[in-house]
Design a protein around this ligand. Sequence first.
Ligand code: C2E
Ligand code: CA
Ligand code: CA
Ligand code: CA
Length: 277
Amino acid sequence: MLPIAIGTAIVLAFVVTQLVRLQGAIPAALRYALKHKELFLVYQPVVDLRSGTWVGVEALLRWQKSSGEFVSPDIFIPVAERYHLIEQVTEQVIALVEADAAELLRAYPDFHVALNLSAQDFCNPAISERLRAAAAKMRVHPRCLHVEATERVFLHAEQTRKAVETLRMQGHSVSIDDFGTGYSSLSYLTELELDCLKIDKCFVGTIGQQAVTSHVIAHIIEMAKSLGLQMIAEGIETQEQADYLRAHGVQFGQGWLYAKPMGMAQLAQELARQRQP
Ligand code: C2E
Ligand code: CA
Ligand code: CA
Ligand code: CA
């Protein structure tokens, strides 16, 4: 009995130290990545569900290590948030957008680039000024730069409200991202003035399924309408999903059915083709 218990304890101790080591390795590697420019952006089109035209893109961060290995933002963004690296990550995202997208946005002033901000970014009193400066440097109207914030942002209601207000006053559009997946509270939706609600792909995925939760999306759509919010549905993969969303009055969508995230060069090419007179 005793040897088995000791064996189990040794295995457990090994697993725990490995986990701690791995967790500890990411912040160090991320600091290296920030310094050595291993982060870059890809852009996923936002489509007008009626006309099929591309109205803008969402900037999505990618990390490719020098070994060639990719690390998903679903892994490294939470680590960046926990280790106080998110401010530097967001600064790099903004700088990358400035470098990548200025020319495109000047050519198509009705187009937009949406940036993902973390909860901590909204507690940074300099964030709205940073985005104003970005638009100025790119010589584009601030309305060309959209901001996406997850529901977690709205837990810090007081600090956040000021940032959201300032961003909107400057002309940026502010969306609530991953709606319905986190700390949903109807009160912030009615208290905060927002522009757009992004319907999470987990709800889009229930369209046409027999899932018990498949009616939830209809309620989300009704609620967004009653609050006067625009909607972008995420993760559209099938024509059936697109048809349902369009029929229910959702204006915009993103997903593999239309386009996967792509580099700026490819985006500029595709857009030039679409906009050809
Ligand atoms: P998100 O903001 O909800 O982004 C949508 C995710 O869905 C992206 O994953 C996108 O590639 C993926 N996606 C798009 N269309 C489809 C589809 O049709 N089917 C499926 N299954 N997936 C689709 P990605 O790029 O891996 O990003 C994951 C998350 O990482 C993002 O979720 C966002 O929360 C975070 N993230 C990404 N870039 C940034 C960034 O620059 N800053 C911050 N703070 N967070 C970021
Ligand atoms: Ca997003
Ligand atoms: Ca989302
Ligand atoms: Ca997400």
